[in-house]
Design a protein around this ligand. Sequence first.
Ligand code: ATP
Length: 325
Amino acid sequence: MKNNVLRILKSSREYISGEEISKEFHMTRAAIWKHIKSLREEGYNIESVPSKGYRLISSPDLLIQEEIEEYLSTDFIGRNIIHYDSIGSTNKDAKEVASTSREGTVIIAEEQTEGRGRMGRAWASPKAKGIWMTIVLKPKIEPMKVARLTLLGAAAVFNALGELNVKPQIKWPNDLLLDGKKICGILTEMGAELNMVNYVVMGIGVNVNFDEEDIPEEIKDRATSIKIYKSVEIDRKELTANILNEFEKLYVKFCETGEMGDSIKICRENSIFLGEEVRIIRGDEVRLGKAVDIDENGQLVVEFSDNNIESIYSGEVSLRGINPA
Ligand code: ATP
């Protein structure tokens, strides 16, 4: 009911009388007042003028369903948002609820206390400074193909940032960078049987409104934010919705046809390492080679120093520039 009150307030720039709200939702004036009070406590600035009614002045910077949906154009991605003020990790939570959640459910937290990157590495996720979200997916594809979804995620974030006139570089397979520093990381995990995917959770972390002092000391040399890059505060709600909008388009096409040419093109054309010497790190083993292409399966094609050309599967390696960082 509180959400209905919020929706009606959002639907108009004018005052809405208590009588109108009470008629629309069969609510007593006391009930309306209770909901208004609770919305104010959440950070909504709602004006009330005795003979006119209520008017929404401003909304809080929160990545909740009611705030994001006004920018959403999707059919199912982001139509069910589970929001936390603080959580260990959105991917961890998503894995716990995946089997009972409908496809497209998104877990979003204002802060992660145990955010993770690939291979268990920590992902800094300070409160209200970024977008820390995980999308629950149920693609009917072979487990081997799940890694490809990461490239769809990277392309979706790339496209969404394009709407802000920001053009990041993509570090295959899962990071986006500005000025050579990371602003987004994607972590795709799955629950599967030998030949069948039960669920995929795709975690997307974007450093949106970090100031320099929000970046932990140990990653200052390799992390930045969109705000630092653009010198302007970014609307997290709109960016969240845009990422989901872009992702659904690429994802639906991929599920229906297996086609991911658009995403590969974006990753290829904006790749940070293509044409360059790289180090391919697999556990303790480091191999030198030249990154020559991203193939139609989303794998990185590397020409190794012994002239062997191999397609690298993203799950198993880390890619670095030639100079240790
Ligand atoms: P690799 O290239 O070695 O595979 P990766 O690029 O896949 O690494 P991830 O595992 O995705 O990296 O991310 C974890 C790493 O990202 C951390 O070890 C840290 O260096 C860095 N990091 C952690 N938090 C952030 C953040 N908020 N923004 C940018 N970088 C971060």
